[in-house]
Design a protein around this ligand. Sequence first.
Ligand SMILES: C[S@@+](CC[C@H](N)C(=O)[O-])C[C@H]1O[C@@H](n2cnc3c(N)ncnc32)[C@H](O)[C@@H]1O
Length: 267
Amino acid sequence: MSDLHQEKPVKSLLDQVRIVLVNTSDCRNIGSAARAMKTMGLSQLILVDPIEMPNGQAQALAAGATDVLANAKVVSTLEEAIEDCGLVVGTSARSRTLPWPMLEPRGCGEKMIAEATEYPVALVFGRESSGLTNEELQLCHFHVQIPANPDYSSLNLAMAVQTLSYEVRTSYLLAHDQAYQERSTGNGNSIAKPISEDDEAYPVVDETERFYEHFEKALKATGFIVENHPGLVMTKLRRLFNRARPDVKEIKMMRGILASMERTAKK
Ligand SMILES: C[S@@+](CC[C@H](N)C(=O)[O-])C[C@H]1O[C@@H](n2cnc3c(N)ncnc32)[C@H](O)[C@@H]1O
């Protein structure tokens, strides 16, 4: 059979899980993160604007995971890294002033595996020195915090990748590996549904972002948002819609409502 007629291999569920490292300054952490990922069966590494590109030191720390490093995709913004993802979870060692819907590491692993059947999902990690910015965290549907020692809660970047990748793997095995399931029966684990209450799929980030842009434009047109003094309106709306988690049909309906308001305003 020629290559043309060969079927494309179905992407493994774990290949739908993306590890996104934002603005990493020490490439040794990138190498260690690649190793952490591969031990848990993950392969999709995205580097957002790394300060130091992976070099020999990163390769040394990646050990047997140089393939993950070599295949890492480099992009310049977080938006690019997640635009086709239906679920994005941001990681943070500390609570932020504007609280966001939170997941525990276990629930995070379950949710990622449940939703990876529908679209790519992403776990986003921040800078070694300052973590993720508030704007970056607000691009995420949920936040996850590893419940570390409250007096010293900031893990090394690669160790945080290891911890959360382990949770993703455990959930994957519980949902899809019969031998593992048999060993773990009766422990009360269950996997969350990947779809909304009405059995509709959730939108990917790009669709949701276009909805927020539309919403902001409409609110500026009505004067509810003042151009040079936007305040926290959009941030609070993002939080509200993240909590509600509208599905594809609901987002379409919201955009229809916005369009009808715009038409009426023009008349
Ligand atoms: C060294 S930490 C950054 C610490 C930074 N000083 C801060 O306050 O956010 C680097 C990254 O590892 C991850 N991380 C470290 N500890 C974590 C924790 N307890 N829970 C979740 N993520 C954590 C986050 O992605 C964080 O941005």
